[in-house]
Design a protein around this ligand. Sequence first.
Ligand code: ADP
Ligand code: MG
Length: 698
Amino acid sequence: MRTVPDYFGSLVFDESVMRSRLPKETWRSLRKTIRDGETLDIEVANVVANAMKDWAVEKGATHFTHWFQPMTGITAEKHDSFISPAEYGKVIMEFSGKELVKGEPDASSFPSGGLRSTFEARGYTAWDPTSCAFIKNKALCIPTAFCSYGGEALDQKTPLLRSMAAINRQALRVLKLFGNSDVTSVKTTVGPEQEYFLIDTELYDKRKDLIYTGRTLFGCKPPKGQELEDHYFGSIKPRVAAFMEELNEELWKLGIFAKTEHNEVAPAQHELAPIFTTTNIATDHNQLTMEMMQKVAKKHGLVCLLHEKPFAGVNGSGKHNNWSISTNTGVNLLEPGDTPHENAQFLLFLCAVIKSVDDYQDLLRISVASSGNDHRLGANEAPPAVVSIFVGSDLNELLESMINGRTYGAKAREHIKIGVDVLPRFPQDTTDRNRTSPFAFTGNKFEFRMPGSSCSVALPNIVLNTAVAESLKQFADTLEKADDFTCALNELIKNTIREHKRIIFNGNGYDEAWISEAAKERGLLNLKTTPDCLPYFLHEKNVRLFTQHKVLSEVEMHSRYEIMVENYCKMLNIEALTMIEMARRDILPAILIYMKELGDTAFSKKSLTAAVDCDFEEKTIAKLSSLASTIFYSTETLKNSLCALKEITDMQKQAMEYKDKIIVEMQELRTAVDEAECITAQRYWPYPSYGELLFGVR
Ligand code: ADP
Ligand code: MG
């Protein structure tokens, strides 16, 4: 039998394949490029390309594609075949270094947020040798960055790689001060836990809302929801188990470390967590995972819903972004160490994260902003829209004692003096119990819980990497100048905790009292929706952050801002139009048929004997008739509002109008429809019910 180690990574052109297939010299140059970012000679690229092609063809590939992540949130690829004409009407398979290193897809069909009008429509893709090529659908996929002809980033990967370079630069400065001369590179690591729903394809196909928008726009609550919590970690149904088995196999072939899988809180909801890896690879892998989930689900007669909120009243789906920093010598910088020296270093990195999250709350909120995620954040199931950090009681006590000069710990030890005392280990299980915090320290990493399930983890990590790079830069600036390092370090840590303590909150994040305390007493931001938070993106301090660390230029920031606002408006426009179409063409006609049946029944009953009571028929008709009227007028209102909105040219104002007006009107329409659904005969209702969708997979 084929075991997992036999086929793990079998579709990846990874280090071991490169080592065995490339001439020694070529491998050495390529490794330099991968590890140290040195540019690759075209001669070397030719040899690598040829070896890649031979390997891919042996594995059955016929095409190659540059695989990239434009600002659509999903991946893009344009396939070219390897074939090249040869003598006597034959073909040979060819792939050159030039084709490997650079591609020129037409950029005009991808969002550019205004960059298109200023620059040429063409764009180019450039090979990212730090992420391995792989085979998917008989195509050799080459991970690439995607830029405009002027060099502006049009994708997620470019700024992500830049942000990794930024944190590397600053972390190395700090590590040097601690005497770590052996460390030559620092990388952030990410393990994204992915939540999703699985529903039956046949039912999905009957719902226009799911097809057009990824979520249900109507649907009354089923008698049973998630209140029994019998689904959480429950036994996995055979069809789902078969799906998971095949998904794992596909992911493993692609070298993705899919590790744990379980049922989530809501019925039909599941989660997959991989073993963490370097951030840009984790980002590529998460995109691939989402794609594979959808593909494998189809084969099993299922549809995988990645939307943040497919069903109202049922838990939504998130993507917990576990994040840490580690050195090329294998040290996790967010892991408390065994010696006082290591602990001082740990505390400084911890402080860097605390400071960054406080200074850039707005950017973190923006990094997860989408119309879909707005349904989750603050809705008593996901963390609130207020960003805060959970550090756990042990660590909190320690931080407090440092600024108050109190003794720390039960053993009434000496005051904590950095560089002198030994910190206790913080076991995972005492730190990992708060599920309501948006940003939780979980023993040796931070778990950012705000990202939505469909979100690319690129932006959250771009923000984290860059913001922490900035704190580390400020720390290094101070410490490099200090005469007495230990003394300066002590002061720096204390001051940082004092200044940024307001961001630490260890209580229940779902509590109303916290939301008001956060705003009133602590002055933390509560940016509830996407249109509320997006304008902060271009605030001066944020532009300064990204430009200083060379992660995004001002032009690139404007373009990204525009894309985000536009996406929000477009998504809501589609949702509103879908509701109108469903209400007018399917729901109102269904209600009419049922009313007619009720009317006919009452009429025939009465014609038999006048004494008969037709209360049920008459009352239901009256109710449905009034609801039908509300539904009709609500669609009219919604349609008019959408028309009026088109007149607003300022995109930010338009987004606000969607939020303040359109969403409210959509909700009014929904309320009437859901009420009608509850009293209309099931056989006439045009769509599968919530009950069927959520409990349909056996
Ligand atoms: P939980 O559901 O309790 O949050 P899981 O085991 O499901 O825990 O997920 C933890 C995630 O954190 C995994 O994806 C794991 O790989 C990741 N992780 C662990 N250590 C690190 C680290 N140092 N850096 C980044 N991610 C990490
Ligand atoms: Mg988690």
